[in-house]
Design a protein around this ligand. Sequence first.
Ligand code: NAD
Ligand code: ZN
Length: 355
Amino acid sequence: MYRNFSVVPKVMFGRGCFGQLDEILQPRRISANSYMVFILDDVFQGKTLEGRIPLRDKDFLLHVNVTDEPKTEYIDKLVKRINDYAPVLPDGVIGIGGGSTMDIAKAVSLMLTNPGSAADYQGWDLIQNPAVYHVGIPTLSGTGAEVSRTTVLTGPEKKLGINSDYTLFDQMVLDPELIADVPREQWFYTGMDCYIHDVESLHGTFLNEFSRSYGEKSIELCRQVFLEDREDKDDKLMMASLFGGMSIAYSQVGACHALSYGLSFVLGTHHGIGCCITFDYLDEVYPQGVREFREMMTRHRIDLPRNLTKGLDDEAFDTMVKVALGLTPLWENCFGPDWRNTMTHERALELFKKM
Ligand code: NAD
Ligand code: ZN
């Protein structure tokens, strides 16, 4: 069966295009007494970007903190704050930040129109009602969250996305100027998330021409960004992230993402850095990709943290392995339907013990 998947219908791309946000939102300000909610990564509090947000009279600016990756509990609290702010739904929710902030904006826009807790919807196609109009504006590139049909959340029981067609943004605004000042290490880790999406998609058994076309272009752009000196590297990384996201949308990620989910579930390791730590131990699975990744690390003087799992007890290791091996589609994409013969409990455990 082929999937009939939705894509983000409106895209604006270009240096300085953030300046056109007011114009984009104007036709969406449809109800009297309504307002827009701007969800801004608090790293921008008091910064120039905050001052450029086109706030109108009743608009609500919500700062969010992403020190921890988004939790369902946090989403529920933000939704309550919006409901307390006004008796009517907002006309739109605009997320400005990295993957975490964009995921928060997606989840909030869904939970404003669906009853209960965000935790009730972690899974596939559980959402019943369309979300409030929502816009994604990345300030950090690599996750592909701007284009994906998921919002990754940690709930009381699991770390799992709210996957649905309603999750997709209605509009993305891709302004390469917004990613210019990301600290070097964060830029690298999130950028490598994109590179790893490409490697896993291109080396997966689910590969098809749709995914290959996007994945090949994305990895070519990543090479230009991370192995060459390019003035337009921010423009290129923004497009790489988008294309990487499109590539995995119609295939799947693989071993690195599965293992990094296990690591992050137990240790709270963030997505980008967690993928980098894991990928560095996967030479047997993705030999060429890992070789090139190390070249990129050397070039950008990245020292990955080591010995993260040292001293963990058997129970913690067991949870890590179970979370990782529970992600069947990722392993099937990586090794095919008989993946359990290749990635056994022992092999996964051995890999985690090295990290
Ligand atoms: P992030 O959003 O967690 O941000 C990382 C850090 O960078 C934060 O401290 C943030 O404040 C800071 N930051 C963001 N923009 C900045 C800027 N322009 N200048 C300075 N600092 C800036 O990082 P991320 O790697 O973009 O996102 C990771 C999150 O995305 C995880 O929660 C992960 O689960 C999620 N994710 C989602 C998808 C999806 O499809 N929805 C895919 C992959 C990852
Ligand atoms: Zn990823």
